[in-house]
Design a protein around this ligand. Structure first.
Ligand SMILES: *Cc1c(COP(=O)(O)O)cnc(C)c1O
Length: 376
């Protein structure tokens, strides 16, 4: 039987045409016409004052750490159940991660545990909208506001998801997006920084352009461009923005397809899951999810490993994540130990992600479902 991968890069249709246009425009480096189109589309569709494409979500997070002037010893509250760069971007500036456990239902940071972790050194809180299902932003923003702490959303999973009718990415002072191959919309490697607090805007442009005021120079606001601040090269080639634009412009169709895939798993596996004591993702009523993934919570680590092996025998790839960051080699060096985040540790052993990508055919999905039905 042919393999069914866990993920497969997607081509919406016009990628090559747009890349060719970008080449012919003789502006293939950053901030060309397709980058501008992506910025305008993200600003309008998400409803943020400013979007800036970056070379990755990791780099957007690094920009956020620079914008917040993170200093050695500053504390950053972050879920242990996330991708490594959510926090590594801040550790690069000398920050100390303060890992918070997750809620057992949405697997998002548990806002009821937030206040007890805040100290005078807390600089920022980073909610991650896991699987594109929103964190409890009202409570998080209320607590952060009371202590004067900046909130940065890691919205890598959540583009076009909503919380109480409002788009994810509009709640934090800053938010970060990923356009990595495994995300809903992709250009291979890419990302974006969304800026809601416009006080960060001018410096964000400078940091993204190697610490220079090049953006202002091109707008005619200054008559020479020079080194003015810290910075790096965080802007992607316009050819990559061309690829991305071909996907973003058909975002409704892509999201509808992902919704269909998600609902098919849900409906087809419901009875089986109930019989075997397996839990599905929980989407609270006030959240519209972004359909980033479909996961199963198995009853035990052994069952999870057995299902991965069972699917592998049918040439179907399924994966698990995240290994708790506080128990990683780096996390332990920073003081993490067993029991710090009990729910994260438990969930991490039992979660399994099924194949999920824009080009997944109904036929292949039916094969995944049939294979799972054979698992006991
Ligand atoms: C994918 C991901 C990132 C990193 O994105 P890149 O674009 O690969 O740097 C960060 N945070 C979360 C939650 C992610 O899923």
């Amino acid at each position: 039987m042919p393999p069914i991968p866990f993920n497969q890069p997607f081509v919406a249709g016009k990628e090559i045409e747009y890349i060719q246009q970008s080449i012919e425009s003789r502006h293939t480096c950053g901030d060309g016409s397709f980058t501008k189109k992506c910025h305008a589309l993200l600003e309008q569709a998400v409803g943020v004052p400013k979007a800036l494409l970056t070379t990755s979500c990791t780099h957007a997070l690094e920009m956020a750490a620079l914008l917040l002037d993170i200093q050695p010893g500053d504390e950053v509250i972050v879920p242990s159940f996330t991708f490594v760069t959510t926090i590594n971007a801040f550790v690069l500036r000398g920050a100390k991660p303060v890992f918070i456990d997750i809620r057992p239902d949405t697997l998002n940071l548990d806002e009821s545990k937030l206040e007890q972790l805040i100290t005078p050194k807390t600089k920022t809180i980073i909610p991650v909208h896991y699987a594109g299902i929103s964190c409890e932003m009202e409570e998080i923003l209320e607590i952060a506001g009371r202590y004067g702490i900046t909130v940065i959303e890691d919205n890598a999973h959540g583009l076009f998801g909503k919380y109480k009718g409002k788009n994810l990415g509009t709640f934090g002072s800053l938010a970060t997006q990923s356009f990595h191959e495994t995300k809903n919309f992709s250009c291979g490697e890419g990302g974006a920084l969304l800026i809601n607090d416009t006080r960060y805007l001018e410096r964000a442009e400078i940091i993204r352009e190697k610490g220079t005021n090049r953006s202002r120079f091109f707008r005619g606001q200054v008559d020479k461009y020079t080194w003015v601040d810290l910075g790096s090269s965080y802007l992607p080639a316009d050819m990559l923005a061309a690829y991305l634009y071909a996907q973003l412009e058909v975002r409704e169709a892509i999201q509808a397809k992902r919704q269909q895939i998600w609902e098919y798993y849900y409906e087809q596996l419901q009875d089986w899951a109930q019989q075997h004591n397996i839990r599905f993702p929980i989407v609270p009523k006030h959240c519209e999810q972004a359909y980033h993934m479909f996961y199963l919570l198995m009853p035990s680590l052994e069952k999870r490993q057995a299902l991965i092996a069972h699917l592998k025998a049918q040439n179907i790839s399924s994966v698990f994540h995240y290994l708790p960051l506080h128990l990683s080699d780096m996390g332990r060096k920073l003081g993490g130990k067993e029991g710090d985040c009990a729910i994260t540790e438990d969930i991490s052993d039992r979660l399994l992600r099924l194949p999920f990508y824009n080009g997944l055919t109904l036929e292949d999905q039916a094969r995944v479902v049939a294979s799972i039905h054979d698992f006991h």
